[in-house]
Design a protein around this ligand. Structure first.
Ligand code: DGL
Length: 275
């Protein structure tokens, strides 16, 4: 039977994009079909070389867009979006929605005019982030911390493991103990993984700091794109949650993704070599 519900392909290096999927489930019509692709073979993206990452993302999406036929591709990863959105848009006819650090939003809400951005080391060093500041926050001081450990901690938190407060505090100190850090009143999450640490960030940071998580605004942007582009009629099939390598704890991951509507994870068969 033919069906015309919208089809989204959400992509990340790991579980980070599932925070955006959660927001999509609340935002999109309930029959929207959301496939998820995690390139965990190359996790963490924040520690990879830029050229290697672009080639990898294009090769992987080339195969998966052809196979899954999405109406819109959501790059639910700041580290991928800040380097690969332009080449992806140039190459594929499918619309792309990206996730980038919420610099514009932070500049709108910060009263002290000093805000923080927490991101991966890849995103933190990219000219893309500086360009966002120049365009939208040139009257603000932007304190950026490129964190090595947080995406790993978020992967563990997603599986229900307990994360030591000390590990989070070590990373937050790079913002709040930096010069002018005591004036930070707003912090933008510049990595989708950090959604799953948001409770700890709020609890362990100075009181009254506003934490900005772009998951919901990004989901709303996906909805607008789908509304502007009526989905093609296609045969219905089950939603897929695919990985590029076996996860460390498959049972725990199956249980965790169940809560987001996926039956189980599948491992892509030789999609792209991890080298
Ligand atoms: N979820 C990804 C992001 O938003 C990054 C995690 C990684 O380093 O792989 O940047």
């Amino acid at each position: 039977m033919n069906h015309s519900a919208g089809r989204v392909l959400a992509f990340d290096s790991g579980i980070g994009g599932l925070g955006v999927v959660r927001a999509l489930r609340d935002t999109l019509p309930s029959d929207t079909h959301i496939d998820y692709l995690a390139d965990n073979a190359l996790f963490p993206y924040g520690e990879q070389d830029d050229a290697r990452l672009i080639a990898r993302i294009i090769a992987l999406l080339d195969a998966q867009i052809a196979r899954l036929q999405p109406d819109v591709v959501l790059i639910a990863c700041n580290t991928a979006s800040t380097i690969a959105l332009d080449p992806l848009r140039a190459r594929f006819g499918t619309p792309f929605v990206g996730c980038v650090p919420p610099v514009r939003w932070a500049a709108r809400v910060s009263r002290s005019r000093v805000f923080g951005v927490l991101a991966t080391r890849g995103t933190a060093r990219r000219p893309y982030l500086r360009a966002l500041q120049e365009a939208y926050a040139s009257d603000c001081e932007m304190i950026v911390h490129g964190a090595r450990a947080l995406a790993d901690l978020a992967e563990r938190a997603f599986l229900g493991q307990r994360i030591e407060d000390a590990a989070i505090l070590d990373e937050l100190a790079h913002l709040f103990s930096a010069p002018s850090g005591e004036r930070i009143d707003t912090v933008g999450l510049g990595c989708t993984h950090y959604t799953f640490l948001a409770e700890a960030f709020a609890r362990l940071s100075p009181p009254d700091v506003a934490w900005l998580d772009p998951a919901l605004p990004v989901a709303q942007q996906v909805r607008r794109v789908l509304e502007d582009r009526p989905p093609a009629k296609r045969a219905m099939r089950a939603e897929e949650m695919c990985l590029t390598a076996p996860p460390p704890d498959r049972e725990a991951l199956d249980r965790a993704v169940n809560r987001l509507g996926y039956e189980r994870v599948a491992i892509l068969d030789g999609a792209v070599s991890a080298s």
